[in-house]
Structure formats: C-alpha cells, structure tokens
Design a protein around this ligand. Structure first.
Ligand code: FES
Length: 116
C-alpha cells in the first residue's frame, strides 16, 4: 500500500485525508469531487459517491464485511470490483486507484474504471 513513488504534485493524484482519519470514520467524502474513500478491511478503496442504481449518497452508507451498503435500498457493492448484489438492475460502482504514502491517502480521479 505504501508507495514512495506517489508524491505531491504527481499528475492525476489528489491528496484526500490522512489515514488516521479514514480509519476513524471508515467513509470520507472527497472535497470538490463526487467521490469517497473507504477503509475496507485494512485496505483503502476509492469510489464514486452517487449510487449507480438511483443516485443515493453512498457517503451515508455502511461498510460491512467488504461491502458498501446503499442507504436507500437493500443493495450492496463488492468493494473489490464494484459489483452490485444480485438481483439489482444496476451497473457496478465505479472504483478508482487509491494509495497511502506517509500517512496520506491519495486517489487518482482520472483513472476511472470503465463501466462493465
Ligand atoms: S439507490 Fe442505491 S441501491 Fe438503490
């Protein structure tokens, strides 16, 4: 996870918050972007904030056992690949690259994964 190659000013990478805050809050909204960073079982995940089903604010959701639960419906998303729980007519949740360097959480907002 800790990668010294990621430094302030590297094109495309945005500092979000420190890892201590993320561990304490589990879900942190990225200021100025409709994105979230999530502390998930010892790993950092970055994703879009609007639920791909009906655009609920996933920043109000909950993380349980590797899944992000939407606050509006009973659906949840696998935080490894963004897939929604079975039976829901929805594209997957968009995930973005995320890293931690010297206690700082970074995301690459440009590196969007295409919808599958
Ligand atoms: S709005 Fe999120 S599952 Fe329906």
């Amino acid at each position: 996870m800790d990668d010294p190659a990621v430094r302030a000013g590297e094109p495309g990478w945005i500092p979000v918050c420190d890892i201590g805050r993320l561990k304490a809050e589990t879900i942190v909204s990225v200021a100025g972007l409709d994105m979230l960073v999530i502390w998930n079982e010892g790993d950092v995940v970055a994703c879009e904030r609007a639920c791909p089903h009906e655009q609920a604010d996933l920043g109000l959701g909950q993380v349980v056992a590797g899944r992000l639960f939407c606050p509006r419906h009973a659906a949840s998303f696998d935080l490894r690949d963004g897939r929604i729980s079975s039976g829901w007519p929805s594209p997957p949740l968009r995930l973005y690259p995320a890293r931690v360097t010297e206690e700082q959480v970074w995301i690459e907002a440009q590196g969007r994964q295409p919808r599958r």
